[in-house]
Design a protein around this ligand. Structure first.
Ligand code: ATP
Length: 509
């Protein structure tokens, strides 16, 4: 087990112990890849949603919000290509009976070669010190060159086979690369098969001819089929966007890694409608904008990277992923895609309804192009908690676990803690709590020693603790303790709200 696995396990255990995330139906041993959010997780999730919603809808005059149903007319999914092409190539290991996504096995293999290159570079950087020229080294070192060539050859062949749906060749590639099952260690693989990821159910009773409907695998289609409703009733001209937060469902083959890959999850998507021909410009714009949004939270820039897609989805003419360094490595957190007019043109064709926009400036009608930003709310949650988790050794030799959650997103903003449970301190504490609760989500606690109460608040990421002591009764001041530095200062009771507000406010990017 490497350090990442160990940390990841601790984060999962911490999320359960402190009311962030519970396995679904836990008393029945859980349901694979489905999770429930606890009292603190729900607050954090709502705060992430609000941060995203404000930065999209409130701060952009030309983006409007929408909330569409999970069920949609079944033809939507025919038109969007999901019935025919929303497949993952799956492969089973005959010895462990474990199922894998063939593309993920190959991508992991490539990631291991990349890791070798990175190690080589890091070693050289150490050896050469300040004079090290990384670009030059990568261009000239024979081992790095050989490994990069290997990656290129694998990617080329893999993309070609996927595009041509040559599943035999994907299996052959897995065998040639000698990829072994991580569980059994064997290379005894079945054929590769395509597997559709949509969940279906039946709507209506059998007697009146129930129809098969799908649980939406993405929120985007609800936006596409409503774009003219919103454009007309919202009186918008191009370019304009529609934003939505909602549940999506995918019957993932390999549902692992906690809330990273779930079967029921939430997406925050924004489709931006533009004049054809302007999509590349807007694609660049949203790529930068979304990166800025992530960095505005104060997360370290080196934990993000942009991955350009080798293989474009059937609907896209440009696509990138914003990847984040999760405890198990860099993985997709958000996608920015230029979807052309693929979806709207398909819905126009399948529905027989005109979905053209009338441009009052050019007096022409046309189908707009779409640039979308699509982020998984649960993955964003995981990015935040995995970056936030810290085990610290304090000066006095004790240890604490602190969740360094960006203060604006923290579940509880202020804990009100009377130093002792006597001498009128609890009454004063209650009075302060009752005044503050209209401004922030607060907690009142008077049980246990103050140190233990601080630890409990650190563990859920509460940015401020207010302590009421005997001096409070005399001069109406309290101490305010900051979570990360653990510094305390004395401030008047009537300043608590403004001091906390000024420190937890972030203007979403
Ligand atoms: P992946 O390659 O990881 O399966 P994807 O490329 O299929 O993801 P998209 O269809 O682009 O993902 O979905 C947009 C976003 O939705 C992703 O960037 C991710 O954050 C989130 N997402 C997709 N599938 C899941 C899932 N099973 N569980 C949680 N979040 C998901």
């Amino acid at each position: 087990m490497n350090k990442g696995d160990d940390t990841f396990k601790k984060i999962i255990a911490h999320c359960k112990e402190y009311g962030f995330i519970f396995p679904s139906s836990e008393i029945y041993d859980g349901l694979s890849a489905v999770y429930d959010y606890g009292q603190n997780g729900t607050e954090l999730k709502n705060n992430i949603k609000e941060y995203w919603w404000k930065s999209m809808v409130q701060y952009h005059e030309n983006i409007l919000g929408l909330d569409t149903a999970i069920f949609m007319h079944p033809t939507v999914w025919k038109a969007s290509g999901h019935v025919d092409a929303f497949n993952d190539p799956l492969i089973d290991n005959k010895d462990s009976k474990k199922r894998y996504r063939a593309d993920v096995l190959i991508e992991d293999h490539v990631a291991r070669i990349e890791e070798k290159i990175n190690k080589e570079v890091a070693k050289a950087a150490k050896r050469f010190g300040e004079t090290f020229d990384e670009e030059m080294f990568k261009k000239t070192n024979p081992r790095v060159i050989a490994n990069r060539e290997k990656i290129e050859v694998i990617n080329k062949r893999f993309v070609a086979s996927l595009e041509a749906e040559q599943l035999d060749d994907i299996r052959a590639l897995i065998e040639e690369l000698e990829i072994a099952c991580p569980v059994s260690g064997s290379k005894n693989w079945t054929d590769v098969r395509q597997f559709n990821l949509m969940f279906s159910t039946r709507m209506g009773s059998a007697s009146d001819g129930a129809t098969e409907v799908y649980l939406r695998p993405e929120t985007a289609q609800g936006i596409f089929v409503n774009y003219l409703n919103v454009q007309k009733t919202g009186r918008k001209k191009l370019p304009f966007g529609i934003a939505q937060i909602g549940k999506a469902f995918r019957n993932e083959i390999v549902a692992r890694q906690f809330i990273f890959r779930m079967r029921e999850f939430e997406q925050m998507e924004m489709q931006f409608f533009v004049q054809p021909g302007q999509e590349k410009e807007w694609f660049e714009y949203w790529k930068q904008e979304r990166m800025r949004w992530h960095l505005a939270l104060g997360m370290p820039a080196e934990m993000f990277r942009i991955h350009e897609h080798e293989k474009l989805a059937h609907y896209a003419n440009a696509a990138i992923d914003i990847e984040f360094e999760f405890p198990f490595g860099f993985r997709e957190l958000e996608g920015v895609h230029s979807r052309t007019d693929f979806d709207l043109a398909a819905h126009q064709k399948f529905s027989g309804k005109k979905l053209q926009y009338f441009d009052p400036e050019t007096n022409e009608s046309y189908i707009p192009y779409v640039v979308e930003t699509s982020i998984g709310l649960d993955r964003m949650f995981l990015a935040i908690v995995s970056n936030a988790y810290r085990e610290e050794k304090l000066e006095d030799g004790s240890e604490r676990v602190v969740m360094n959650i960006p203060p604006a997103l923290a579940p509880v903003k202020v804990a009100v803690l009377p130093l002792m449970k006597k001498d009128g301190l609890p009454e004063k504490g209650r009075e302060i709590f009752d005044a503050l609760k209209y401004d922030f989500l607060c907690q009142y606690e008077d049980k246990d020693a103050i140190g233990r109460r601080y630890r409990r608040q650190d563990a859920i990421g509460t940015p401020y603790c207010i302590t009421i002591d005997h001096q409070t009764l005399q001069d109406n001041t309290v101490t305010i303790r900051e979570r990360d530095s653990m510094q305390q200062e004395r401030i008047p009771v009537d300043k608590i709200s403004s001091v906390v507000s000024s420190r937890i406010d972030i203007r979403p990017a």
